[in-house]
Design a protein around this ligand. Structure first.
Ligand code: SF4
Ligand code: SF4
Length: 82
């Protein structure tokens, strides 16, 4: 999946907060999410990949299982605090 837009809606669900700047694009959280709430995002400039990280594409599907927090070794996902 490709996205060049970083919006508030793409960085949290009702349960978890994503820090894209800490994300190393290891993709472990994607593998561990049972509801496909998160997916890969690639930022291109002049056909050159300049950044990659996960984004939350289906926040409404997040059930708060917290698998993604457990899966992330880089503290890029945390509990969402409103
Ligand atoms: S808390 Fe669970 S359902 Fe929500 S994004 Fe993380 S792994 Fe997916
Ligand atoms: S597990 Fe963490 S570092 Fe890996 S893709 Fe997910 S948020 Fe990024």
């Amino acid at each position: 999946m490709e996205s060049t837009l970083l919006k508030d809606d793409n960085t949290h669900t009702s349960f978890v907060q994503l820090n894209v700047y800490a994300c190393t694009a290891c993709w472990e959280c994607i593998n561990m999410c049972p509801n496909k709430a998160i997916d890969k995002s690639f930022l291109f400039s002049a056909n050159t990949l300049i950044n990659e990280h996960v984004l939350i594409y289906n926040a409404s599907k997040c059930t708060g299982c917290l698998n993604c927090i457990q899966a992330c070794s880089f503290d890029a996902i945390s509990i969402y605090k409103q």
